[in-house]
Design a protein. Structure first.
Length: 213
């Protein structure tokens, strides 16, 4: 989705999505295992709805997003957020204990997605973690997984344009699990929700093996 489209949606974005996503946001905090004072970076933070939960859990939070309208709402919530590109983070190496991104990698070209994750790894301490949330391919074909897939596909198709084209590329390539396999990362925890159509995956860098993507 283009930045201008997010700008136009900012005023009603939370009213539409939060009734659907609140359980997922709670699960993200659980998987992240936030401790008091942990330095957390969220890429594509939007209006800051996930940020509020990180701060309540005790995190020292920083968010970044390209949409100024979204960031304006986040600012009213007294959140520390930067207007920045996820492929060129204006942040120092090894600055954060945890970096996270939710349902944004599938929206962009695969090469851009890879650059975003490499930047997240750059600014995250060697023994820190990434929590990445995006679409997965269910391992079991059930009524619930099928309904989840149809719902996701309908919403993505409704958005259309490059967003839908990139979503199809992402899923045809195997979804989030296959995407993460292109990096040399160790999976620490996986939580599947929405009938297995969304994965919340916590990973760490394998310090004995350099990244090769």
């Amino acid at each position: 989705m283009a930045v201008s489209e997010y700008d136009s949606m900012a005023s009603y974005y939370d009213r539409i999505l939060e009734p659907i996503l609140w359980k997922m946001r709670r699960k993200i905090i659980k998987v992240s295992n936030v401790t008091e004072g942990m330095k957390v970076l969220e890429v594509a933070c939007g209006t800051g709805t996930q940020a509020i939960r990180f701060k309540k859990a005790g995190a020292q939070y920083t968010g970044i997003d390209l949409s100024l309208a979204m960031l304006n709402i986040a600012g009213k919530r007294n959140l520390e957020c930067l207007h920045a590109d996820g492929t060129k983070l204006p942040l120092e190496d090894n600055s954060f204990d945890l970096s996270t991104i939710t349902l944004a990698l599938h929206e962009v070209d695969p090469e851009i997605s890879k650059k975003i994750v490499l930047e997240m790894l750059r600014v995250t301490r060697g023994e820190g973690s990434l929590v990445i949330v995006d679409y997965t391919i269910p391992k079991k074909n059930t009524i619930y997984s099928g309904l989840g897939y149809k719902s996701v596909h309908y919403v993505e198709k409704l958005v259309g344009g490059s967003h839908f084209r990139n979503y199809k590329k992402f899923m045809n390539a195997g979804g989030l699990v296959a995407f993460l396999e292109t990096f040399r990362l160790e999976i620490i925890e996986t939580s599947l929700i929405f009938g297995g159509n969304i994965g919340i995956i916590k990973v760490q860098r394998n310090l004995s093996s350099p990244l090769d993507v």
